[in-house]
Design a binder for this molecule. Structure first.
Ligand SMILES: Nc1ncnc2c1ncn2[C@@H]1O[C@H](COP(=O)(O)OP(=O)(O)O)[C@@H](O)[C@H]1O
Ligand SMILES: [Mg+2]
Length: 597
């Protein structure tokens, strides 16, 4: 068993993917790159807005200095007019920035959602065995929303505040360097406690988010199983469980709010104390005639702007971090390479489809359970047009044979081929186009009957759908439904019985009209009447096709050209019904139990 690790090392588990933040940023740029022009315009708007903001104190300074001395009224008019002009520019730039940046956020999130969704559809079953669908959905919905809020606002808030901070500091120095020096001396006393408290708040925010996610997962599970809860009268138990989780979320939220309130208290107190102190020093300089009143006014406004920018930055920093985390969760999915994908130069199947299936010394184990051989030295040759019934106890590996034929997994060794082409050399999509499937559990979508049947072939006309329904013996119940073909089936088709669902699935396969049929026959949920109808439908479907059927019914077994008996992943017998009965092996035993022969 030298190649036990053959497949296990490239299992796609998003939780185990190493975090490569540089690569993630690059990927984020991959989403932003198509919109370089918009980003450029938004940046210009941002710079203009920041400059306008920084220009206002200069105008005010002049007004204070000149306006209150004996200068002509024209001068005053001019300055107030200039101030108004700056305000107009500020408003326009802010308008443009808001629109462009929000547009960008919405656009990028839409693109990410589309890519994540498209990627998820290409991933092989191994991925879904390792990752909960709830987790994938939360990446698609919640995480993208975080990215949106960052690209669509936080990033521009951050950039604006960086510009205001740097610009404001320069203007402070320009206005009065001595006062600026005082401010710098005070700075550590203001910033240090804010950073410390800010970190606490941030950690609690994340914790609070996790708690909320917990609560919604709990609610989700319970609501999904609400009938079971009611059947077992476990409402109180579930209520208590949910209450515990949601109260836990409340406690953390309150803790965070308390920290946040303390932070706000400190910000206000420290910033105003500092402004007060600097103002006091400045006022003494004004009285001493060292600086003008306008200068002091402008200086105070700049320091308030700078302080505000610092506060805002400390706040958005946490947001940015959260967004990098969220973006990486989305990008991890996008970067996931499917286990099963088309080779660089996929082989095509011959145009003349015969539908011959060959298993040649196939060994297989599921990647999620390495070391547990499911198929061992499996050999089977199904000729074009032949019907082979697979019989065997539960767990023998019958469904696994179907999984391999659909190239959901590749064999560990040996080859599986269709019409002479090895499946591993072909595009899995091409492989599946040649296969018609009627699974054991018929999947019904929340759509109308017609749309459900059309899933077999989206190009089918209404006549074709009707004909398929008829051939599948589904018209019998469809005609009795109030809206016929247009009847809406509800989530997972719960409004139909098992036999009805199965006939819809058969109609879908009839419409698909593939050369090879894979039937995982189901007996449960079928009464005698229904079973006869399904049987007739299947016979119609199987005409002139290669069929591999997991048989549970005697009728199917008798119709098959060949019966293959499987146990523990091996073929142990094959032949027709009489031969196998006479042989007195596993088949004879199973037939006695299952068919009452
Ligand atoms: N996705 C999977 N991952 C790991 N083991 C699996 C998986 N699916 C099936 N198995 C195992 O493979 C064996 C054969 O399963 P299956 O092919 O479904 O049997 P059958 O259809 O004959 O009842 C069983 O032991 C089962 O536990
Ligand atoms: Mg099975």
């Amino acid at each position: 068993m030298s190649d036990v690790n053959h497949k296990t090392d490239n299992i796609n588990n998003i939780d185990e993917t190493p975090k490569k933040s540089v690569k993630e940023i690059n990927l984020l740029w991959y989403f932003l790159a198509p919109y370089k022009k918009i980003i450029f315009y938004a940046f210009i708007a941002l710079v203009v807005a920041a400059s306008a903001t920084l220009a206002i104190p200069q105008a005010i300074r002049r007004i204070v200095d000149l306006g209150f001395s004996s200068v002509s009224i024209e001068f005053i008019n001019l300055y107030f007019l200039a101030l108004l002009g700056v305000a107009v520019i500020l408003a326009l730039a802010t308008f443009a920035r808001y629109y462009l940046v929000t547009w960008l956020g919405e656009r990028v999130v839409t693109d990410i959602r589309r890519e994540v969704f498209a990627k998820v559809l290409t991933l092989s079953p191994t991925f879904f065995e390792k990752n909960r669908s709830g987790d994938i959905l939360s990446r698609l919905n919640t995480d993208t929303t975080v990215v949106q809020s960052v690209v669509g606002s936080t990033a521009s808030v951050a950039l604006r505040n960086v510009l205001t901070l740097v610009g404001g500091l320069i203007m402070m120095l320009y206005t009065n360097w001595l006062l600026t020096a005082y401010v710098f001396m005070l700075l550590p006393f203001i910033v240090a406690p804010l950073i410390l408290l800010g970190r606490k708040v941030r950690n609690l925010s994340k914790f609070s988010q996790d708690k909320i996610a917990d609560a919604s997962a709990t609610a989700n599970e319970t609501i999904g199983a609400v009938q079971t809860v009611q059947s077992f009268t476990q409402e109180t138990f579930e209520n208590n469980k949910y209450s515990r989780v949601i109260e836990g979320a409340f406690d953390v939220a309150i803790l965070r709010t308390r920290m946040r309130a303390i932070l706000t208290f400190c910000i206000i107190l420290l910033v105003f104390a500092a402004v007060d102190l600097v103002l006091w020093l400045g006022a003494r300089d004004v009285i001493a005639g060292k600086i003008s009143g306008g200068e002091l006014t402008a200086f105070v406004i700049y320091s308030v702007l700078v302080a505000g920018a610092m506060g805002a930055l400390s706040e958005v920093y946490g947001e940015l971090q959260r967004a990098v985390g969220a973006a990486s969760r989305c990008l991890e999915i996008i970067a996931t390479e499917p286990d099963i994908k088309a080779p660089v130069d996929p082989k095509k199947f011959p145009d003349m489809k015969v539908g011959r299936l060959t298993f040649d010394h196939v060994n297989f184990e599921y990647p999620s359970r390495p070391g547990q051989q499911i198929l061992s030295d499996f050999n089977l040759d199904v000729k074009g047009g032949e019907t082979v019934a697979l019989v065997g106890p539960s767990g023998a590996g019958k469904t696994t044979v179907f999984q391999l034929l659909q190239r959901f997994y590749d064999p560990k060794s040996g080859t599986i081929s269709m019409d002479g082409v090895s499946l591993s050399d072909a595009d899995p999509i091409d492989v599946r186009k040649h296969l018609g499937i009627v699974p054991q559990e018929s999947m019904i979508f929340a759509a109308s009957i017609a749309e459900n049947i059309r899933y077999g072939n989206q190009d089918a006309t209404d006549q074709m759908i009707l004909a398929a329904a008829k051939a599948a013996r589904a018209d019998e119940f469809i005609d009795r439904l109030p809206e016929g073909m247009d009847t809406y089936l509800g989530e997972r088709g719960t409004r139909l019985s098992g036999g009805q669902r199965q006939r819809i699935a058969i109609a879908r396969a009839i419409l698909q009209d593939a050369q090879v049929l894979l039937l995982d026959e189901a007996t449960s949920a079928l009464d005698a009447e229904n079973e006869k109808l399904v049987q007739q439908a299947l016979e119609k479907l199987m005409q002139n096709k290669t069929t591999l059927v997991v048989a549970h019914r005697l009728a199917t077994v008798l119709k098959a050209d060949r019966i293959v008996v499987m146990d523990h992943g091996k073929i142990i017998e094959s032949g027709n019904h009489e031969q196998l009965l006479k042989a007195g092996g596993l088949y004879a035993h199973l037939a006695g139990l299952q068919f009452g022969v």
